[in-house]
Write a protein that binds this ligand. Structure first.
Ligand code: C2E
Ligand code: CA
Ligand code: CA
Ligand code: CA
Length: 278
């Protein structure tokens, strides 16, 4: 365990991030990660603050490799994007997330919605709507129960984003703008896009009760969402004080450690079926 920890440290040290040999090792291990069953999904609850009802979950990728240990998505996604492996990984995540929704239902837990992250490489391939439609058909999940999350920069960096988003909207899946407020989004663009949800970035939530600027930003995004008829959800809600602030300012949806960490599917079932029984 110690050796693995040391490897982990060596690998994650920022000064080593440009290390060619380590990078190649990661790439080659990652390429085989799916077939070797090393990739899993974790699911984090999204709740309505006042009722504490489960309104959805976000699917988050997890990679455990014998040699590297647990590799966080912030490390593996950029590598997957650079090598093109992200398309294979992204498909796996999409299929697995949709399948899981059907499984939970068979096990007695109805999760209203699942949110799946899309990277820019998946988005800019242009055939994303056709691919998503195939997955929905194969898994039997209703389109409105799938929400795709993209960041502002994904939209701004994709030349035909409007057409792609319209295609997704046409097959009935929802779109969420992830980490909202951190990128350079054009409000004019937002107006044209059939967006369902704005996710207020965690960085604005962290100090809402103490920082007047963060407070103003959160209030502004909530207002913007309201006036544009979008649902707004706050990310990274860790304590009751933040939740109370959000509720007071008209944001009744949250995701964060206060309501649950990302957990394996079986764990989410256990936690939320219990709640439903209480
Ligand atoms: P994200 O989409 O913004 O996901 C939310 C991240 O915040 C997750 O980190 C989650 O564990 C973390 N988080 C949730 N609640 C709290 C909280 O209350 N406090 C704090 N401090 N953190 C919280 P994670 O799982 O490490 O994922 C990091 C990023 O990696 C994600 O950020 C997303 O951009 C990317 N990612 C994860 N899974 C996928 C995937 O399947 N596909 C793609 N393309 N990207 C993914
Ligand atoms: Ca996300
Ligand atoms: Ca986010
Ligand atoms: Ca974030």
């Amino acid at each position: 365990a110690k050796a693995r920890g040391r490897n982990g440290y060596r690998f994650y040290a920022p000064s080593m991030s440009g290390d060619g040999a380590l990078r190649l090792r990661l790439e080659s291990l990652l390429r085989r990660s799916i077939e070797k069953n090393e990739i899993r999904l974790a699911f984090q609850p999204q709740v309505e603050i006042d009722s504490k009802r489960l309104i959805g979950v976000e699917a988050l990728v997890r990679w455990h490799n014998a040699e590297l240990g647990e590799v966080p998505p912030a490390r593996l996604i950029p590598v997957a994007e650079d090598t093109g492996f992200i398309n294979q990984l992204g498909n796996w995540v999409l299929v697995e997330a949709c399948r899981q929704m059907v499984r939970w239902e068979q096990e007695g837990l109805y999760v209203p919605k699942i949110a799946v992250n899309l990277s820019v490489r998946q988005f800019e391939r242009g055939c994303i709507a056709a691919l998503v439609a195939d997955v929905l058909r194969e898994t039997g999940l209703e389109p409105r129960r799938l929400q795709l999350e993209v960041t502002e920069s994904v939209i701004m960096h994709t030349s035909d984003a409007l057409a792609l988003v319209n295609d997704l909207h046409a097959i009935g899946v929802g779109l969420a703008i992830d980490d909202f407020g951190t990128g350079y989004s054009s409000l004019a663009y937002l107006k044209q896009l059939p967006v369902e949800t704005l996710k207020i970035d965690r960085s604005f939530i962290k100090d809402i009760a103490a920082d007047a600027d963060d407070e103003a930003i959160v209030v502004a995004i909530t207002q913007l969402g309201k006036s544009m008829n979008l649902s707004v959800i706050a990310e990274g809600v860790e304590n009751e004080e933040q939740a109370a602030f959000l509720l007071r300012h008209g944001c009744n949806r949250a995701q964060g450690y206060l309501y649950g960490r990302p957990v394996p599917a079986a764990e989410l079932l256990k936690q939320w079926r219990q709640m439903a029984d209480e």
